[in-house]
Design a protein around this ligand. Structure first.
Ligand code: PBG
Length: 331
């Protein structure tokens, strides 16, 4: 039964040392961006039912998370505000309040932990009574240029508060150029823009909308008139090319795992810093299976995160960031 084979690919899989030596990709805490949900007030902690293990936290409790990011080597924390119902308006004007929740929390965290980078979402959905990312007309259609005018202000307020990365997630046309122009005009030349460039109209955002409380407001409406159609892939390349031309430093594909083909095409075509967002619904699916004992959570999470790297992502926004960083240390 002996064969004389020229190639035996199994030769390089025999020991752990060999497997590590020939590994094409690695995962480290430096690859992660940790998204958190921010509550106003103090000493407040609320579980998010559809995201087991994730809590909305007030600033004082969030500082512990910030410290944990630093200790574990996670370079960025992404802030998502939970805005009180009384502060939501049809025009989402709270989004541009320099003393609003986001700028206040940015200033507080940056003064305590200047080395930790912060990323903030630029979009109006946490601030509007209708839950859309922009201003709407009488038919409910989300207006583009009118919205961009507000997003410029929102990004400016965040940048002036000291955020490191602004991340427009609204999918309005021309918003990257407008925000870049505004930042330049104010000499905020060190603020990076990570564009949610290929952001799809996805059902995987459900748990996030629970977490920030925009789901009820959105009701039965959806975001299909501005977020991308999941049927499209060439269109993602157009979106990325526009955002890069308009001055984005980094681009993102969202959701993550079901869109790895897009990550790969974007990275190959543009060779620029490319990120993927493992969104709330992806987190919920893994958690639910793990809670039933159907999947080995650490193993599945690390395998999934490595798959993002293999597809071409330079980093991943993931609610597993802190856990994954801990598991990598133990490995
Ligand atoms: C809002 C925004 C969303 C997410 C990030 N920013 C939701 C949406 O577009 O409705 C989703 C994140 C997640 O599901 O984890 N502009």
């Amino acid at each position: 039964m002996t064969q004389h084979l020229l190639h035996r690919p199994r030769r390089l899989r025999r020991t752990d040392a060999l497997r590590r030596l020939v590994a094409e990709h690695t995962l480290s805490a430096s690859d992660f961006i940790y998204p958190v949900f921010v509550l106003p007030g103090q000493q407040r902690r609320e579980a998010v039912a559809s995201m087991p293990g994730v809590e909305r936290l007030s600033l004082d409790l969030l500082l512990h998370k910030a410290e944990e990011c630093l200790q574990l080597g996670v370079p960025v924390m992404a802030l998502f505000p939970v805005i009180e119902t009384e502060k939501k308006t049809e025009d989402g004007r709270e989004a541009t309040n320099p003393d609003g929740l986001v700028p206040t929390v940015v200033r507080a965290i940056k003064s305590r932990f200047p080395e930790l980078m912060l990323l903030t979402d630029v979009a109006l959905d946490p601030f509007t009574t209708h839950g859309q990312d922009g201003l709407i007309d009488s038919t409910g259609y989300v207006l583009n240029d009118e919205t961009v005018a507000v997003l410029r202000q929102q990004a400016l307020v965040q940048a002036e508060a000291g955020v490191d990365i602004v991340a427009p997630s609204d999918m309005m046309d021309g918003r990257i150029g407008a925000i870049r122009e505004t930042l330049e005009a104010h000499r905020l030349i060190h603020t990076s823009i990570m564009a949610y460039s290929a952001k799809y109209a996805s059902a995987y955002y459900g748990p996030f909308r629970d977490a920030v409380g925009s789901k009820g407001n959105l009701g039965k409406s959806n975001k299909k008139v501005y977020q991308m159609n999941p049927a499209n892939s060439d269109e993602a390349l157009l979106e990325v090319s526009l955002d890069l031309e308009e001055g984005a430093d980094m681009v993102m594909v969202k959701p993550g795992l079901p869109y790895l083909d897009i990550v790969r095409r974007v990275k190959e075509q543009f060779a620029r810093p490319t990120f993927a967002y493992q969104v709330s619904g992806e987190y919920a699916m893994i958690k639910a299976a793990a809670q039933h004992g159907w999947l080995d959570e650490p193993a599945v999470v690390l395998e999934t995160l490595l798959a993002f790297k293999r597809a071409g992502a330079d980093g991943i926004l993931t609610y597993f960031a802190l856990d994954a960083a801990k598991w990598l240390k133990q490995a």
